[in-house]
Design a binder for this molecule. Structure first.
Ligand code: AMP
Length: 226
């Protein structure tokens, strides 16, 4: 690839952001960087940031901005020779400003999935509390029902994945994300994709990336198996 390409993907919980990120990474040779994965690594390694972050994640809260920026930005600085796609960061305007100072983004994708679809998907979410791993009965089920793939320990459903709390959480997400979306819109780098199905959104995203990264290898294109 002739030059480094930096992209961010934004989307509410349940929007299929992780799945689409994997497809982009696979099809266009970008490194997929997930703030949730960074957090889970830190939780597993019991780092200072990980221990602190766990207390927030367990309550369904956002991890404070200063913890997130200290965790994510150094990782980006390490990757100077590879194009990347950042997933899960920034989630707040403060994080977006910190990212802005650290680097120039080429592209921001925003997934706009209807509220009812998100609610339906998230009400099937199960969590392994010790690691923060998240499963979904519909599109990302555990190998064995009710237990974590890696440890075999039982999964739980968060209070905040139950219907009333879900609505509040999605509203909160929207409120926090709006200024971030507006910022990238004003910079002219935002591309929004709206649909209920990941497989219907994907061709549009794929086309966009094809125009931005002409050097990608066509034979590595992701094709859904069904
Ligand atoms: P995810 O895997 O992206 O769903 O992230 C799991 C959890 O980690 C979220 O529910 C948040 O509590 C926390 N988290 C991940 N990324 C961020 C971020 N950029 N800012 C604050 N909290 C975050």
């Amino acid at each position: 690839m002739s030059r480094i390409f930096r992209a961010v993907i934004l989307g509410p919980p349940g929007s299929g952001k992780g799945t689409i990120s994997e497809r982009i990474a696979q099809s266009f040779g970008l490194q997929h960087l997930s703030s949730g994965d960074f957090l889970r690594e830190n939780i597993a390694a019991k780092t200072e940031a990980g221990v602190l972050a766990k207390t927030y994640i367990e309550k369904g809260l956002l991890v404070p901005d200063h913890v997130m920026t200290r965790l994510v930005l150094p990782r980006l600085e390490e990757i100077t020779r590879h194009s990347w796609l950042l997933d899960g960061f920034p989630r707040t305007l403060a994080q977006a400003h910190a990212l802005d100072i650290a680097c120039d983004l080429d592209l921001v994708i925003s997934l706009n999935v209807p509220f009812e679809t998100l609610k339906e998907r998230l009400s099937h979410r199960w969590i392994h509390p010790a690691s923060g791993r998240v499963y979904n009965k519909g599109f990302n089920p555990p190998r064995v029902k009710g237990v974590d793939d890696i440890t075999g320990e039982p999964l739980i459903q968060h209070e905040d994945d139950k219907p009333m709390a879900l609505v509040a959480r999605l509203r909160h997400y929207k409120d926090v994300a709006k200024p971030v979306i507006d910022l990238y819109k004003s910079k002219g780098i935002l591309h929004t994709f709206s649909d209920t199905e990941t497989d219907r959104i994907w061709p549009y995203i794929s086309t966009l990336f094809s125009t931005k990264i002409p050097m990608h290898q066509a034979d590595t294109h992701y094709a859904p198996s069904h």
